[in-house]
Design a protein around this ligand. Sequence first.
Ligand code: RIB
Ligand code: CA
Length: 313
Amino acid sequence: MPAKKIIIDTDPGQDDAVAILLALASPDEIDVLGITAVAGNVPLDLTQKNARIICELAGRTDVPVFSGCDCPIGRTLVTAEHVHGKTGLDGPVLPDPQMPLQDLHAVDFIIQTLREHPSGTITLCPLGPLTNIATALTKAPDIAKKIAAIVLMGGAYFEVGNITPTAEFNIYVDPEAADIVFRSGIDITVMPLDVTHKALVTKSRNDAFRALGTQVGNAVAEMTDFFERFDKEKYGSAGAPLHDPCVTAYLIQPELFSGRYINVEIETRSELTRGMSVADWWRVTDRPANATYIGDLDANGFFNLLTDRLSRF
Ligand code: RIB
Ligand code: CA
């Protein structure tokens, strides 16, 4: 099977960093055509910088990094320094990037890349707010039918919200963008908090990262040591939830995950429930299914895969 050609759209973020490292460690399965940064966990000037820091940590300065939208569609930006720290990559001390940022806007890179490749050959992997993706779909409606699939981290149903009582952060930041994506008719697979809260970096799993004895292994251990504080305090979790790496792990070993093809719609009008992903898990409505909504994973299998791939750096 040839490697899947993907574009990673991201707001690094420690968990984004691990997702990107997993993708870059898996060239037989994943061909990263480019990384597009979006405002989310921290402002855009930091997410585009962090994306380049991660490429350099992976020794992959050949991967082009593009800067995208600096604020949501029609809303002010909400960030998450309380989770990810001031830099967005708090934890390890990593050098400022030397590799260049591409001049082309991320949205135009997404559009051009999809137009230049045969239909159905490119998968989009959004790991942050969906602003870049929705903006590209609005600017160039012709690309929707060319996208093979979207595999995204976002939303929550059984787990409810992590930024408000009802909404998960990525969707909450830009609900209008999420609404555009979920109504697009594109093949969508969703990694919500329902599954990512089962991908917890317990102490033994963190020890396994450190035991790699490499710069990447240590950096990932230090990132998750920092990143776990929020979820441990809020949920009493056993460790940091690796939200975004569920996306790239799914591309490598989909059999680790299970879910249902159901209807998912996004609340955009109510301020009380803004950004809620209303997942019809029990199929109680006649709303047409539009997404594969993942609810569970083989957590040990996931961490075995992740640790094995990180050992390749
Ligand atoms: O709610 C978790 C999501 O929001 C993750 O993608 C994390 O990186 C933040 O972007
Ligand atoms: Ca993210």
